[in-house]
Design a protein around this ligand. Structure first.
Ligand code: PA5
Length: 442
């Protein structure tokens, strides 16, 4: 079960303030629970952990079995933002970090950038693989994934023919609208629906995340079970609810102590992409109306040798939230060396993870001394079940925290600004006036 430990903030906050902010978090929780706040037409994610139909899970498994039967050894998953980060986070957490799977397809991601080099090299791999593709876009019109999909679709059709391509391409998109939906209907692709009432960054437990995770060979039923169990804990109206505790403390640190930056830290490189997913969740949900905590991330101990100096001694605008994993999956014990030339015999017989936890404790104490409040969130281990728990925990915590901050958690008006300029510069039809205006500026 997800646990939140706020003791690393004790020396920074007053009890009365924390009580007050917990009360405010409970009021925000009531808005989320009643579904009467801003953006309340985007609350479908609350029902996913315990309301995902068996039929949908079976459809994901049917795609997996079909592609395994065809000997597919590479699946290109196309998407950006919320249509990408959940699956990427889960696979980075669950995959072996060095050895490619032999009995399951390798999953690669495209459409999350516009780099020509990236796409060209991804296609080098596609050319020497038995390839299938999942194209994900809720709107069905986002430029980055649309460009990648055009290239991958062309490749698959040229290699396998149109009929076989229709078996090797699956779309995840809106039920009725958008270019990807129209194209999929026309080409006869299997399609999965992104529900209208679930925004991109809250969509990891829809087919947006579930389908790629399932095709990669992981147990999405266990993931949903973990999410459903976490939902029981985060939907209790109590100051002990971990989502309330987290939302209350981060709002207190932001509003009373001027801590404008939160660094999500882990001591396990498997969780680097969990932080990327979390950054989008909190960044897009809270960063608006001139408000919001800037979500940053670091993987320790690696980044203690780069960002460590700033965190210890630089501008005091930071607090840290450390994601602690209680059990390592593997065991590596440090051996004894008769010569002890490296002078490491004092560690002989110790697990590497023991050194990691001492590094974590030492860092926490040092950063408290350096004026950086510490929140700790613990998950038991890294597996499908616990990832389901952490997804659900952060989504509820984010909804509560954003309402507590006084913003609509479910819109993202700021994301449009760059798109308008890009379309104007690319001379997209319909953007003629914007093109004139932007050319006058540069
Ligand atoms: O959270 C969001 O809404 C965004 O990050 C979207 O997921 C992202 O822009 C991709 O949009 P779409 O799925 O429509 O291609």
């Amino acid at each position: 079960m997800i646990k939140v430990n706020l003791s690393g903030c004790d020396s920074f906050v007053k009890d009365a303030d924390l009580k007050n902010y917990k009360q405010k978090a409970l009021e925000a929780y009531d808005i989320l629970a009643a579904g009467n706040g801003a953006g309340n037409d985007f609350l479908g994610w609350k029902d996913l952990p315990d309301g995902t139909p068996e039929e949908l899970i079976a459809q994901c498994e049917a795609v997996r079995d079909d592609w395994y039967g065809r000997g597919v050894n590479l699946v290109v998953v196309i998407g950006i933002g919320g249509s990408y980060l959940g699956a990427r986070c889960a696979l980075e957490a669950l995959n072996h970090q060095f050895i490619l799977p032999e009995d399951k397809p390798r999953i690669v991601f495209a459409g999350n950038n516009l780099s020509e080099d990236y796409l060209a090299e991804m296609m080098d791999l596609a050319e020497r693989s038995n390839v299938a593709c999942i194209s994900i876009s809720k709107s069905g019109t986002t430029t980055e994934p649309a460009v990648a999909f055009r290239i991958v679709k062309e490749h698959i059709e040229a290699r396998y023919g149109k009929q076989e391509a229709a078996a090797r391409i699956v779309a995840v998109t809106d039920a009725v609208k958008g270019a990807l939906k129209t194209l999929s209907t026309q080409e006869g692709y299997r399609t999965f629906v992104v529900p209208d009432n679930v925004g991109g960054r809250f969509s990891v437990l829809t087919p947006v995340g579930l389908l790629p995770i399932c095709v990669a060979g992981y147990d999405i039923r266990a993931m949903l079970r973990g999410a459903a169990d976490a939902k029981k804990a985060v939907t209790v109206r109590s100051e002990d609810n971990p989502a309330i505790q987290y939302a209350a403390m981060r709002n207190l640190l932001y509003s009373e102590l001027g801590k404008k930056v939160e660094i999500l830290v882990s001591f396990n490189p498997r969780l680097t992409y969990l932080a990327e997913w979390w950054k989008q969740l909190f960044g897009e949900s809270e960063g608006k109306d001139g408000k919001g905590i800037y979500p940053a991330s670091a993987t320790f101990t690696t980044d203690l040798h780069s960002l460590g100096q700033f965190i210890q001694d630089g501008s005091r605008c930071l607090f840290e939230t450390t994601l602690k994993v209680e059990k390592a999956a593997r065991s590596v014990v440090i051996g004894s060396d008769p010569q002890n030339l490296d002078q490491l015999n004092y560690l002989a017989g110790q697990h590497v993870e023991h050194c990691n936890s001492m590094a974590a404790l030492g860092t926490k104490l040092a950063h408290i001394d350096g004026g950086v409040p510490q929140i700790e969130i613990s998950m038991e281990k890294i597996d499908e079940y616990c990832l389901g728990e952490i997804f659900c925990f952060f989504e509820f915590a984010c909804g509560v925290s954003a309402y507590q901050l006084g913003v609509n958690p479910f819109n993202q008006p700021g994301v449009e600004a760059y798109k308008k300029n890009m379309f104007a510069l690319l001379r997209k039809p319909g953007y003629e006036e914007a093109t004139k205006a932007i050319l006058a500026k540069i």
